[in-house]
Design a protein around this ligand. Structure first.
Ligand code: CAA
Length: 236
């Protein structure tokens, strides 16, 4: 029997962790589509060409995941190109770090919309198809800070904690239909997001990590690949 090539959509696919996820799954033989924000078309084109340079064919698709309508349009576009979305990796995320006394509604809304509402917006248009086909994987990238909080991240920690509730509920709703739903909660990973922190804050955080180093994006991608695999259908 010819094994069907599974189609993966990675939101925030040209970002730090997202890029590593796309590369790993493309190497593993999946058909991978990396989502990027509509304002980042040039960056996404350059990113796609750089993947070709290392022998990887990864498609890109524009879509504002904080918008329900644009997410639906984006998913439809992927379905028209490849027929389905079998594996969804919700990876898009931003920070607007401020102590709560300095946090404005705009900082709150931006992070809740991109990091939390996006998982509703993008999972919704793929979910029913997954249930009907009897196979699906939804992998949500949360954060250690969603479980323990972090000074300056009331918005981010709330969104990342919210992902857990979403995951645990969809896991129950998908379980009998072959659709697994999991959250990965990375610690601090070497990306532009963590590089943007003040040096002294970053150094203090690293000194508190038992391994005394940040994670590498490829180490998170490895966990995504494990959960995406057809043979790992009993973890949800
Ligand atoms: N812990 C305890 N106290 C802190 C603090 C901290 N981390 N940061 C600031 N403070 C204290 C200051 O010492 C100061 O105290 P006093 O008023 O007594 O002098 C007070 O808070 C200053 O408050 P400010 O509102 O002025 O805070 P600030 O501007 O100095 O710093 C911040 C705020 C920039 C958000 C800083 O707290 C910070 O960088 N926090 C870390 C945020 C972080 O971890 N971001 C991770 C980004 S990567 C990511 O999110 C990926 C992932 O999933 C892990």
């Amino acid at each position: 029997m010819v094994q069907q090539v599974r189609v993966v959509l990675v939101t925030g696919g040209i970002g730090g962790i997202g890029s590593a996820v796309c590369q790993r799954l493309a190497r593993d033989g999946y058909r991978v589509v990396a989502n990027h924000h509509p304002d980042e078309r040039d960056k996404a084109d350059a990113w796609r060409r750089s993947q070709v340079g290392v022998g990887l064919e990864i498609d890109t698709v524009a879509g504002d995941v904080s918008s329900f309508d644009d997410s639906a349009r984006m998913v439809q576009q992927v379905k028209e190109r490849y027929g389905s979305v079998d594996i969804l990796v919700n990876c898009a995320g931003i920070t607007r770090d401020k102590s709560f006394k300095k946090m404005e509604l705009t900082h709150w809304d931006a992070v809740i919309n991109v990091n939390l509402n996006s998982v509703f917006n993008v999972t919704k248009p793929v979910w029913e198809d997954m249930l009907e086909r009897g196979f699906g994987r939804v992998i949500n990238i949360s954060s250690v800070n969603g479980q323990r909080g972090q000074f300056g991240q009331a918005n981010y920690a709330t969104a990342k904690a919210g992902l857990h509730g979403f995951t645990m509920t969809l896991a129950q709703e998908g379980a009998a239909k072959g659709v697994t739903v999991n959250t990965i909660s990375p610690g601090y990973v070497e990306t532009a997001m963590t590089l943007a922190m003040r040096d002294d804050v970053r150094d203090a955080i690293i000194s508190g990590i038992p391994m005394r180093r940040m994670g590498a994006p490829a180490e998170i991608a490895s966990a995504v690949a494990f959960l995406a695999a057809a043979e790992n259908g009993y973890i949800t």
